[in-house]
Design a binder for this molecule. Structure first.
Ligand SMILES: [Zn+2]
Length: 314
């Protein structure tokens, strides 16, 4: 691992890939990935507005000029992945944003995303996100399943579950699969513990498990997570943990519905499921530490049980 001398992390992952810490929320929370091949570059995820300068600095460290970036692939519309897209494209004159077609309008007119995130984050919104620039519509393209970058061919595929319009990226030659938020969250100081970020408003358990299967079917050697970093061992074991946790969240939602449980009820049961995992990994993680993930998951499950539990068939 080559962590550069400055106060934020850039890491060369080999095979043309590198990661950087976007600076969103706190160190080690949200990653952005860069691929360089034959002088051309691709960026996966745009995090928040303030991360745009970091991307340009990280490219410069690899000797890549801003005009060599051809694509910024945005995994999904949540603002910790898409919020910086408009700002980043201002700095990358030749780049297009490549997204799932269903979120093109959200990036071009981010008012609805901002409104939704303000409802979730309240007074923290401005600290977390700052100003959010729209992405010009004529610089956004719908994703293609095969994307050429320099001498390599990359695959993009839709992986619903966390949101419907979520994209993963597979580089078969490098054995690398970029999973956005679909393969769980796994922060560096959690000692390998993974959690399922069942965020509002599109948690879809059956689709999510199918997306985990679709990722595993590609037999990646390494899975790169937005939150945060690289998984390179026991990937099938980790996939099974995700499927189990998704099923358990459905069970919690069902219990809340049957017993008239409110959001505190859901939060207590999610923590009762997570706490032993953290303990077993020797990670000092309490309710505050996992606050953002807990907040999002409780809201996501509460919404899902109101709208979709009745008709859910596993
Ligand atoms: Zn997300």
């Amino acid at each position: 691992m080559t962590d550069s001398g400055n106060d934020w992390l850039r890491r060369d992952l080999g095979a043309g890939w590198s990661m950087l810490d976007s600076g969103y929320n706190r160190p080690g929370h949200t990653a952005i990935y860069i691929c360089v091949d034959d002088g051309k570059a691709l960026v996966y995820d745009a995090a928040h507005t303030a991360s745009a300068e970091r991307v340009v600095a990280a490219l410069a460290e690899r000797g890549v000029a801003p005009d060599a970036v051809e694509l910024v692939v945005v995994s999904h519309a949540h603002l910790d992945h898409s919020g910086g897209c408009g700002a980043l494209l201002k700095l990358l004159p030749h780049a297009k944003a490549m997204v799932h077609p269903d979120i093109i309008e959200h990036l071009a007119e981010p008012a609805r995303l901002i409104e939704g995130a303000r409802q979730i984050y309240g007074g923290d919104f401005d600290r977390l996100y700052g100003e959010i620039a729209p992405t010009p519509r004529d610089r956004i393209v719908a994703f293609e399943e095969a994307v050429k970058l320099g001498g390599r061919e990359l695959a993009l595929f839709n992986t619903p579950g966390h949101t419907f319009a979520h994209l993963c990226l597979h580089d078969p030659q490098a054995g690398v699969l970029l999973a956005g938020d679909v393969f769980g969250a796994h922060l560096p100081h959690w000692n390998g513990t993974m959690v399922v970020p069942a965020a509002p408003t599109q948690f879809a358990p059956r689709e999510w498990k199918a997306s985990v299967d679709a990722i595993m079917a590609r037999a990646p050697e390494r899975i790169l997570l937005a939150h945060f970093g690289v998984l390179d061992s026991d990937l099938e074991g980790k996939a099974q943990q995700l499927r189990d946790e998704i099923d358990h969240f459905v069970a919690i939602a069902r219990e809340a519905k049957e017993q008239g449980g409110d959001r505190d009820f859901i939060a207590d049961r999610v923590m009762a499921w997570w706490e032993p995992k953290f303990k077993q990994a020797g990670a000092a993680v309490d309710r505050d530490e996992v606050g953002v993930e807990l907040l999002l998951t409780v809201k996501g499950l509460a919404l899902w049980l109101e709208k979709h539990l009745e008709t859910y068939a596993p």
